[in-house]
Every structure is written in structure tokens, then in C-alpha cells.
Design a protein around this ligand. Structure first.
Ligand code: 5GP
Ligand code: ZN
Length: 115
């Protein structure tokens, strides 16, 4: 299900270009436009789910699919030595695009602190 006003739905649909790194039936992944590390990929479910608060027993399979994609992308990007996955949720969590997404960040030694 798509939200016509959602930036990431438009990227998934190809209406807005992106640097795609992975796609399957339920997941789309592309490079962040403002990378915070040598590898910074956004892994998103194709289904429009606004944030992690909206996950429930009916739709949580897509979150598992996202993490399966994370493992594949981490290997294809050469991140076997480690990486970080971040989900920002809501205003206090710093979420700026209201379509559930996981930041896959790596390619250098990351800070031990995440806040
Ligand atoms: P959030 O702050 O919601 O957790 O993460 C949103 C991310 O989307 C940010 O890291 C931002 O750089 C990225 N972003 C915003 N607009 C675009 C865009 O048009 N294309 C791509 N590839 N990334 C975007
Ligand atoms: Zn969306």
C-alpha cells in the first residue's frame, strides 16, 4: 500500500531517483542522500508503515524481511567486520521521513556511543 504524499513511497515507485542497492518483493534499499559513514543505506519495507510504533502482529513480517535484507546488504557492501542498524521513531527519535526505515551504517570504526 502506497502513500502518494510519502517521499520513500515515491522512491520505491521510481518517481524519485535513488541509488538502489537491493530490492526484493517486500523490501527496497538505497543509499542515503546525506551519508554519515562510508556505507549508509536506508532499508525500507515497500508497504507504507509510518514508523516503528505502527508495527504489530499483522505487519511485523516486513520488519523481519528488512533485517534479512540488512544481512545480505552488509555482506555485499563488505561490512563483515561490523555495522550499526538504527531506527529513528517519531519526533523525539529524530524521524524526518514518516515511512519506516532502518539506517544501515558502516565502513569505518563507529563511535561506541549512539546518542
Ligand atoms: P530519519 O531522520 O527519518 O531517520 O532518516 C531519513 C533519512 O532520509 C535521512 O538520513 C536523509 O538524509 C534521508 N533522505 C531524505 N531525503 C532523501 C532523498 O530524497 N533521497 C535519499 N536517498 N535519502 C533521503
Ligand atoms: Zn511511504
Amino acid at each position: 500500500m502506497k502513500d502518494p504524499n510519502c517521499l520513500f513511497c515515491k522512491i520505491i515507485d521510481g518517481q524519485i531517483p535513488s541509488a538502489k542497492v537491493y530490492e526484493d518483493g517486500s523490501v527496497f534499499a538505497f543509499r542515503d542522500i546525506n551519508p554519515q559513514a562510508p556505507v549508509h543505506v536506508l532499508v525500507v519495507p515497500k508497504e507504507h508503515i509510518s514508523c516503528a510504533l505502527e508495527l504489530n502482529g499483522d505487519n511485523s513480517a516486513v520488519a523481519a524481511k528488512c533485517f534479512e535484507a540488512v544481512a545480505k546488504i552488509a555482506r555485499s557492501e563488505g561490512l563483515e567486520s561490523g555495522f550499526r542498524v538504527i531506527n529513528n521513531c517519531g519526533e523525539d527519535g529524530g524521524q524526518s521521513v514518516m515511512h519506516l526505515h532502518f539506517h544501515l551504517i558502516g565502513g569505518r570504526k563507529l563511535s561506541e556511543k549512539i546518542i
